[in-house]
Design a protein around this ligand. Structure first.
Ligand code: SAM
Ligand code: SF4
Ligand code: SF4
Length: 369
């Protein structure tokens, strides 16, 4: 049988620094006037799950070649880049992957990042997204290293369904224990992300809402997205967030809440009895590109300006070429100032731009969610 080749990574060259040195000012705007505020850093392309919508086993099987260790950014390299991004205005860093808790000694990286502060002297919001399988074991050391909060992915409470969705036989109980441990050590408020696939796990929406109501965790429902090219995404499997809210409100009355900030991706709804809130992230049905302030750094140091980008800017090549901090900061500034990405707004419009992206997008497990 012929194997399908999935373009998980691109091989773009190192950025060329075109203009004069740009000293970071703490505010950098792209072509759509969006500031650079968030940085997502993927620390590994490996994962112990094989979620059907992210790393389908048919593609990410035993013959799949993950990045060799030497290709990964070292902790020193990540810290150096993070410091320059923070000088340019980044206030929030999220570690992701793959499964970030699989990266050896991740706590050492967190300790380094936790020492950074914004130009105004504020500590960073330093968080991490995990599948939760190793969280019970690691919550205490993550907190002690300086992690602020944690987001845990959980797609179902029904154990058989959850095992089918992660396709690696992990039990719901492991993840719930991880959430409890995170809560206990103060990595709070814990956010719980559920990707909703219509026809697969949408029957779990109300049980999940019931379970986390009053628990202190903030449950968020994410529309299934067309990231990458390996998951065989189909619009018919997207359940619009509006339907999610309707289904929950039939059981538990909800009232809309204000956004914490203009860049917040989730629309918030509060339980009217005061027992907490839920959020919906409508990446497909209600694009939020206009307020997207996120950059993504892949495991091997490519900078992506959009989750749906097909090419990254090779900051690792720049780092390893011996570039100075001023040179790298200038390259980052020029890249961000040239950014015009807004894939979700254009999705389905079949412009030349989206047609190219549709065929060459990088995978979520490589770029980080
Ligand atoms: N392994 C970690 C985890 O699962 O939380 C971190 C990386 S994962 C790529 C980050 C987030 O992306 C998870 O919450 C996951 O559910 C979400 N995700 C992955 N593929 C997705 C898709 N096709 N649509 C929507 N969300 C997706
Ligand atoms: Fe792994 Fe997270 Fe992707 Fe699932 S969503 S396969 S846990 S990286
Ligand atoms: Fe940001 Fe790209 Fe998502 Fe739009 S599609 S919100 S620009 S990551």
């Amino acid at each position: 049988m012929s194997r399908r080749i999935i373009p998980v990574a691109d091989f773009s060259a190192a950025p060329v620094i075109a203009g004069p040195v740009q000293t970071p000012t703490g505010v950098l705007h792209d072509t759509l006037a969006r500031p650079l505020r968030d940085l997502r850093i993927s620390v590994t392309d490996r994962c112990n799950f094989r979620c059907v919508y992210c790393m389908p086993r048919a593609v990410f099987d035993k013959d799949y070649t993950f990045l060799p260790h030497g290709a990964l950014l070292s902790f020193e390299e990540i810290e150096r880049l993070a410091r320059l991004f923070v000088a340019h205005g980044v206030e929030k860093i999220r570690l992701t992957g793959g499964e970030p808790l699989l990266r050896k000694n991740l706590e050492f990286l967190i300790e380094r990042l936790a020492r950074l502060s914004t130009p105004a002297g504020h500590p960073l919001d330093l968080t991490l997204t995990t599948n939760g399988s190793l969280l019970e074991r690691k919550a205490r050391s993550l907190k002690d290293a300086g992690l602020t909060r944690v987001t845990v992915s959980l797609d179902a409470l029904d154990d058989a369904l959850f095992r089918r969705m992660n396709d690696a036989d992990f039990a719901v109980a492991d993840v719930l224990d991880g959430i409890a441990a995170a809560h206990a050590v103060g990595l709070a408020p814990v956010k719980v992300n559920m990707v909703v696939k219509r026809g697969t796990n949408d029957r779990e929406i109300v049980p999940m809402a019931r379970h986390f109501k009053g628990s202190g965790a903030v449950l968020r429902f994410i529309e299934y997205m067309d990231v990458g090219t390996s998951n065989g995404w189909n619009m018919t499997e997207v359940l619009p967030s509006a339907d999610v809210v309707t289904r929950i409100a039939e059981h538990f009355p909800l009232a809309p809440l204000d956004a914490h900030s203009a860049a917040e991706t989730a629309q918030r709804w509060g339980h009217v009895d005061g027992s907490g809130e839920i959020g919906v992230i409508s990446s497909v049905t209600r694009a939020f590109c206009g307020s997207c302030t996120r950059a993504r750094l892949s495991t091997e140091g490519k900078l992506y300006l959009c989750l749906f980008a097909s090419a990254g800017h090779d900051l690792r090549a720049l780092l390893r070429s011996g570039a100075s901090d001023a040179g790298i900061a200038t390259a980052v500034a020029e890249i961000w100032q040239g950014r015009g990405d807004r894939y979700s707004q254009l999705r389905g419009s079949s412009t030349a731009e989206t047609r190219v992206l549709d065929s060459r997008r990088v995978e979520m497990s490589y770029i980080g969610g």
